[in-house]
Design a binder for this molecule. Structure first.
Ligand code: HEC
Length: 148
């Protein structure tokens, strides 16, 4: 009778090898699970940091506001692409009250809770997402911290 018909009987060394393989796979799996969590923790700066502004707030303003309030454009007398411009405000005065979202004209306008016109809701013909509004609001509440 040829050997291949012999019943497989695990030896001590095959059992040990299997146990080791499982342990190794476990280490790999937990490393894979652990990684994304730590990366996203690093990518979530607190609202009272300049990193929050540059990583989360500025991209929203850039995408939705700069074409009318950035560079040579300053509709309503308002520059949104610099700290000086944001703190100076526009034709109606201050647009940001650091620490108070309720009293900030910029927040009222992006929530479309301000006047119907002069100044009108911002952006004029659309509304940014609730998540983006929440991000900008959290930033103002935390003191509207931004780099020079
Ligand atoms: C399509 C052009 C356009 C875009 C895009 C736009 N705005 Fe405006 N914005 C205006 C105009 C025009 C005014 C002046 C409106 C008025 O006085 O009635 C204005 C006025 C304002 C004012 C009031 C300034 C003042 O003192 O009266 C604020 C605050 C403002 N915009 C914020 C924003 C924000 C924040 C965004 C992006 C989320 C944005 N705007 C996007 C055109 C734009």
């Amino acid at each position: 009778m040829p050997m291949i018909y012999k019943t497989f009987k695990p030896t001590t060394s095959t059992v040990q090898f299997a146990a080791l393989s499982f342990a190794f796979a476990g280490v790999l799996a937990s490393a894979a699970l652990w990684r994304p969590a730590s990366v996203s923790a690093q990518a979530e700066p607190a609202p009272n940091t300049t990193a929050y502004y540059t990583q989360k707030v500025q991209p929203i303003l850039q995408e939705n506001c700069y074409r009318c309030h950035g560079g040579v454009n300053h509709r309503g007398g308002l520059h949104i692409d610099s700290k000086a411009g944001l703190l100076k405000g526009g034709h109606d005065g201050a647009v940001l009250v650091p620490g108070s979202a309720e009293n900030s004209l910029l927040i009222k306008l992006i929530r479309h809770e301000g006047p119907a016109n002069d100044p009108m809701p911002m952006p004029p013909k659309s509304k940014i997402s609730d998540a983006d509004i929440a991000t900008v609001t959290a930033w103002v509440k935390a003191g509207a911290i931004m780099p020079e």
